[in-house]
Design a protein around this ligand. Structure first.
Ligand SMILES: C[S@@+](CC[C@H](N)C(=O)[O-])C[C@H]1O[C@@H](n2cnc3c(N)ncnc32)[C@H](O)[C@@H]1O
Length: 315
């Protein structure tokens, strides 16, 4: 997926001369993240090459979902928390070109420096004038923004500090807060905690939940989705990969200040179809349900055949 403006070019320029030892740095990065460690020791060149394509694709997918659920939402201002190279900001600018004001909070000096460099060479006026705060969320003097994004950052916040972090993120969200985490049991754990806290705070869940009833995900299962990401040659080389794509698993939560829950059934795994019908597992206000759309219901069957994991079925 292309990055907006001249960011693709800016990344190549930044990487020039920094590609030595990328495979090793990339393996070390994966091990750090798998082990639940922070980005503080991550090589930004490895991140740009081997991690960014997936986090960017997921951000683009989730923000497209926000736009679909709330077509009138037209954010003018954005706070991107744990911005890294600026991933979530780029997806937001592509989704809502009218964004005029961006603040990016990034605690790790190496990433803050990369962020400033890429902003300056992005070819996008809104990023060129973005305010970069080189500090941790806890230090940030939050000013309300229409949209607040925290993409793959809560994993780096200690569980004991999560409630305060969420309170701060929510207090800064004038209209919509988007949280994205890895689609792992640990990533979902943070999303589930956020859901419970933000519902108590009066938030309206836009996605992926279609309702405000208790989350039915329990035990060994966890709510997650997958986004297919094409790998460049550099990406494959950095990862020692043999297939030209990867499926990035993610969990997420979109919470709004106003409105109502969407209703419908969120599909939680790839639907299974044959000549007799389409069947899928979905999350509904009544809990997890196995729904079947029989082929004899021709109009519904026609729609159901196009369904994918992550879509909403409205019957
Ligand atoms: C995994 S990266 C995600 C970067 C980017 N948001 C993305 O989706 O590609 C996490 C980023 O959050 C930053 N970070 C972690 N904890 C933070 C905190 N408490 N305050 C601000 N930034 C933080 C890290 O330095 C790192 O750049």
């Amino acid at each position: 997926m292309a990055y907006p403006g001249r960011l693709g070019e800016a990344i190549e320029v930044w990487l020039d001369g920094r590609r030595q030892g990328l495979a090793k740095a990339s393996a070390a990065m994966s091990a750090r993240y798998r082990g639940g460690q922070s980005s503080a020791g991550v090589d930004p060149a490895a991140y740009l090459t081997a991690r960014l394509p997936a986090t960017h694709a997921v951000n683009a997918r989730v923000l497209a979902e926000v736009a679909e659920r709330r077509p009138d939402f037209a954010p003018q201002s954005l706070a991107d928390i744990g911005a890294g190279p600026g991933t979530a900001s780029w997806a937001a600018v592509a989704q809502w070109p009218e964004l005029g004001d961006i603040e990016q909070v990034e605690a790790t000096p190496a990433f803050a420096s990369l962020l400033r460099d890429l902003n300056a060479h992005s070819g996008l006026a809104v990023l060129e004038r973005a305010q970069v705060r080189e500090e941790a969320l806890v230090q940030w003097a939050a000013a309300p923004r229409d949209l607040v994004l925290a993409s793959y950052v809560l994993a780096e916040v200690a569980l004991a500090s999560l409630p305060d972090a969420l309170t701060k993120l929510w207090s800064a969200s004038r209209q919509v807060l988007v949280l994205i985490e890895p689609g792992t049991p640990e990533g979902f754990r943070r999303i589930a905690l956020a859901r419970a806290q933000l519902l108590k705070a009066g938030g309206v869940i836009i996605a992926p939940c279609t309702h405000h009833a208790a989350c039915p995900m329990a035990g060994a299962d966890w709510c997650h989705f997958k986004e297919r990401v094409q790998r460049s040659r550099a990406h494959m080389h950095a990862k020692g990969a043999t297939v030209p794509f990867e499926d990035e698993a993610y969990s997420y939560l979109v919470v709004a200040r106003h409105g109502e829950a969407e209703g419908g059934a969120r599909i939680l795994a790839p639907p299974e179809g044959n000549k007799t019908g389409v069947a899928f597992t979905a999350c509904t206000e009544q809990g997890l349900q196995r729904l079947v759309v029989p082929a004899r219901d021709k109009p519904a069957f026609k729609r159901a055949k196009k369904l994918d994991w992550g879509d909403v079925w409205r019957g």
